[in-house]
Design a protein around this ligand. Structure first.
Ligand code: GTP
Ligand code: MG
Length: 256
């Protein structure tokens, strides 16, 4: 097998890495995804947070757990949004004392595991590494024009309104120091959809972390259905304004 460029660096790090993967109706994806993760970062802990998927995603995870002690499954009573899944995942990840890096990623192969070594290696030299579509070498693949424009301009809008320095403010593929998360009020990030990922970065930036953007090519999902809705897009438009100008400016000093 081809030697990965960071193999020597990341091997000792992956043991201390926990990947949080929220799932809702991802039965078709999750088994293949975890199998691939195991090839690339065999020693990492995988934590699937399932929102009571009617398609039996949790059963597929339980089947994998029989042969793999490194898989955690959090079964939520109901579909609780991406934000609800990550809040549960963070609480669990930070209870694991040997974990020093927490990775957020989707289950639908949009965040390909091939980038895990890059993210883990980058995280070793900073507090948070952001998998970014909008830096040199990054991009999106398989999206129509409408979706490309929504994401591209949505990001520029979020960057402009919030003052956050990232080119990809909504990225869901991140490697974050557990110590940084412990110092951050992520529990106060109440957004439900992808806006949670902006709110989280806003909260993390309050702690003035060191950070890097790592290029990733985001692939449109090939199996299963998107959970994006008009309500989730609306939340994404409103949240930067609320973060910047709202009365409850919990994270008001990040752009300072
Ligand atoms: N536990 C849980 N997971 C969710 C929920 N909503 C979405 N997810 C998962 O979060 C990840 C991102 O959701 P997607 O539907 O792929 O949303 P997206 O990537 O922003 O949209 P697409 O690019 O259209 O796929 C996927 O792994 C979903 O299965 C939820 O309410 N609960
Ligand atoms: Mg997706």
């Amino acid at each position: 097998m081809r030697k990965l460029p960071h193999e020597g660096i990341i091997f000792p790090l992956m043991k201390k890495t926990l990947l949080i993967i929220p799932t809702y109706n991802e039965r078709e994806n999750i088994t293949r995804l975890v199998a691939l993760i195991r090839k690339i970062v065999p020693e990492a802990t995988v934590c699937v947070v399932d929102g009571n998927s009617p398609d039996g995603t949790a059963d597929a995870v339980k089947a994998m757990q029989r042969n793999d002690a490194g898989i955690i499954l959090i079964e939520q009573a109901k579909k609780n949004g991406l934000g609800g899944a990550y809040r549960a995942g963070f609480a669990r990840a930070l209870a694991e004392k040997d974990i020093d890096t927490v990775i957020t990623m989707d289950a639908d192969f949009s965040h390909h595991p091939r980038y895990l070594p890059d993210l883990i290696a980058a995280r070793a030299s900073c507090d948070m590494a952001i998998g970014s579509r909008y830096v040199r070498g990054g991009g999106t693949h398989g999206w129509g024009l409408g979706r490309r424009l929504l994401s591209r301009f949505g990001n520029q809008y979020a960057r402009f309104v919030t003052g956050m320095p990232f080119h990809d403010c909504t990225s869901g593929f991140n490697a974050i120091s557990a110590d940084l998360l412990r110092k951050t009020d992520w529990q106060l990030c109440g957004a439900s959809g992808f806006a949670f990922l902006m709110e989280l970065k806003w909260a993390l930036m309050r702690r003035k972390p060191s950070w890097k953007e790592v290029p990733i090519v985001f692939e449109d999902r090939k199996a299963g259905e998107s959970k994006i809705s008009a309500r989730i897009v609306y939340e994404g438009i409103l949240l930067p304004l609320r973060m910047r100008f709202g009365k409850k400016r919990v994270y008001s000093d990040v752009s300072a």
